[in-house]
Design a protein around this ligand. Structure first.
Ligand code: ADP
Ligand code: ZN
Length: 628
């Protein structure tokens, strides 16, 4: 953050001035101030009395209202040389004065210096003045800060809250796992570096690039890398910064931003979350939003206003291109769209390699194994994961990061903070049965992902957890797999029901049931996997306020709605029965696994499978990953 020098001055000035007066005040009228009287050696009061008794004192000068004295005394041991000594006196002692007079010691009393009084008076006056002045300046300043208390008074000249980085220091090398996007954007670097190449043949350089992808996939990083590779400044602002209470503020911010950018061309303007301003106009609940529309209009005007070859390229990021106003996507605006998808297995490995560069990893650490354990992680999650592991390593005072820290970090990133395990008791036993229920159903069913581990150590909201390892990156999921997942998710409740009876089932399955219902519903309405046939009845559900989705809900009749419900119920019931059957059939091994789990708190997948295999056949899964 830049601290304006005025503020620095404001706060250092009073401190300096006060310090000066304190300094003056404390020394005014004290001997230290009088060059001729300076006495370096001190003498105790007792010693002074002894000297007085011995008749060695020749003169006494009193300062500081009689609290300090400079004493001249002769020293018989040094040929009666006169010594000047300083004595601190215990207050104003009238007896001392009479004693001195009786002894005929030369006595002088020095009043406090007058100018000291003047200074301290000035000091007293100046301090409040400075304080008032300072407050006044601060108040003025806060008026200029958008969002500060004085905003309503001068929103017209609001300052854009954008950030400018002269050098981002990010290169394409730092961005991994999104090769297609990188290739697409390589060209943008050339636009910035060698525009002649394109203008020579009459090509218009595109003005805008839209990066579309979920959060954390590296959109900001990519934009920075373009600026870094081209060696141009990077301006960034978030779309939500444009959206203000007052009509016109956002538009004036857009103007400011483009003005600054033009002064610094060639450069990159990065607008994060462009959907905050760029949503379809006139959509959403409550009709249009004047402020947003004005801002968007201003943005469009600015984009049209500069010629394609001024050297400014606007990169915008969003995770939903479908809600953007079509005007934004017209040629000459954001006509290039680049998808930034979450990384696949190979991509995750590359991202991990980038972020492992500056970390100390033990030899045994396999980044590939980490990549396998983290399907669905975006670049930012992976970066965060390695950072968490590094923090754990430091906390455990280890030299290098091992697989132990990394696995703990994954658990933590996925499921939240570790809690303290329950003490042994009925509820711990019930949770153990619940988790083993998930795990056994997952192990026995052929299409289910293999168990990674079962644990009774609570994390986040969950009292116990069963982890599964997806066999591979699953872009496409089969009906069999979905059914197996639903059965597996119902395994917990099935075990509670079979073992403890209907009256004892708990709320612990709430989360499981939510997932189950959503999976079953999507099977019916989106994937055509029920008796209703291969029809799509619902598009992906989106929030109403995002614009277009408002009109695309429930295009089916009441009758279809009740048939959907019936289908969902039939899928769930079928899977629940299957789960209950598996629990009943495997009761003996379940009891044994529960005892082991309560004793050990965690059973890893390999051991779990081995024990189950002693009692029943465990189907060969597609690919069982070495345990991490
Ligand atoms: P987005 O803008 O898509 O939400 P960011 O670019 O802000 O995501 O990513 C946040 C951080 O996550 C980055 O600073 C970087 O450390 C890490 N990261 C994200 N994606 C990648 C990637 N593809 N390669 C390397 N690091 C990444
Ligand atoms: Zn559960």
């Amino acid at each position: 953050m830049k601290l304006p020098w005025r503020v620095i001055l404001l706060w250092t000035l009073p401190i300096l001035v006060i310090g000066f007066f304190l300094f003056q005040g404390s020394f005014a009228g004290t001997p230290a101030n009088f060059g001729s009287n300076t006495a370096s050696t001190r003498m105790t009061y007792g010693r002074f009395l002894e000297y007085l008794d011995a008749g060695r004192v020749t003169s006494v000068d009193l300062y500081d209202a009689g609290r300090t004295a400079i004493v001249e005394a002769v020293d018989p041991e040094l040929d009666n040389r006169t010594q000047r000594l300083r004595v601190d006196l215990p207050g104003n002692a009238p007896e001392l004065i009479s004693r001195l007079r009786a002894d005929q010691v030369s006595l002088d009393i020095h009043p406090p210096r007058n100018d000291g009084a003047v200074w301290s008076w000035l000091g007293n006056l100046l301090f409040p003045l400075l304080l008032i002045g300072g407050l006044f300046f601060l108040f003025r300043r806060s008026n200029n800060v958008p969002g500060g208390p004085g905003q309503a008074m001068n929103f017209g000249k609001s300052r854009a809250r954008f950030m400018m980085e002269a050098k981002t220091g990010v290169m394409f090398d730092d961005v991994a796992g999104i090769e297609e996007a990188k290739e697409e954007l390589q060209e943008v670097v050339t636009f910035l570096k060698k525009p002649e190449k394109f203008t020579a043949v009459g090509a218009k350089i595109p003005k805008g690039v839209l990066l579309v992808g979920p959060p954390g996939t590296g959109k900001t990083l990519l934009a920075k890398a373009i600026a870094g590779e081209a060696g141009v400044p990077f301006f960034s602002i978030s779309g939500s910064e444009f959206v203000e209470m007052f009509v016109g503020v956002g538009a004036s911010r857009v103007r400011d931003l483009f003005k600054k950018a033009k002064e610094n061309a060639p450069c990159i303007i990065f607008i994060d979350e462009i959907d905050a301003v760029g949503r379809q106009r006139g959509a959403g609940i409550g009709g249009g939003n004047d402020e947003r529309e004005q801002t968007l209009n201003q943005l469009l005007t600015e984009m049209d206003g500069f010629e394609g070859n001024t050297g400014i390229i606007i990169i915008a990021a969003t995770n939903r291109a479908d809600v953007l106003d079509s005007a934004l996507l017209r040629p000459g605006r954001f006509d290039r769209q680049v998808m930034v998808d979450p990384p696949d297995l190979k991509g995750r490995l590359e991202v991990l390699q980038v972020h492992a560069r500056n970390k100390k990893l033990a030899k045994e650490v396999s980044l590939e194994a980490i990549a396998r354990r983290t399907p669905g992680f975006a670049g930012a999650d992976l970066a965060n994961l390695l950072n968490e592991a590094a923090i754990l390593t430091a906390r455990r005072r280890k030299e290098e990061m091992t697989m132990l820290e990394i696995n703990d970090a994954i658990d933590r990133v996925v499921a939240g903070m570790e809690g303290t395990p329950l003490v042994d008791g009925k509820s711990k036993r019930l949770i153990a049965y619940h988790e083993v229920g998930h795990a056994i159903v997952g192990t026995v069913l052929k299409h289910h992902d293999p168990v990674n581990k079962v644990t009774l150590i609570p994390r986040g909201q969950a009292q116990g957890l069963t982890w599964f390892t997806p066999a591979e990156d699953q872009g496409l999921i089969s009906r069999g797999q979905l059914m197996a997942r639903i059965s597996g998710a119902l395994g917990g409740r099935a075990a509670e029901h079979e073992i403890f009876g209907d009256a004892e089932v708990t709320t612990g399955a709430g989360n499981d049931l939510q997932q189950v219902t959503s999976m079953a519903r999507q099977m019916v309405t989106r994937f055509g996997m029920s008796d209703l046939g291969p029809i799509s009845l619902e598009s992906q559900q989106g929030e109403v306020f995002l614009g277009r989705d408002w009109t695309t809900r429930s295009e089916y009749s009441e009758e279809i709605a009740s048939r959907i419900d019936a289908q969902v119920r039939s899928i769930v019931e079928h899977c629940y029965e299957e789960a209950c059957r598996i629990v009943r059939d495997n009761r003996i091994v379940i009891d044994r696994l529960v005892d082991l789990l309560i004793e050990k708190e965690t059973i890893d997948g390999e051991e779990f499978r081995q024990i189950v295999a002693e009692y029943t056949t465990v189907p060969e899964k597609e690919q069982i990953i070495p345990q991490l």
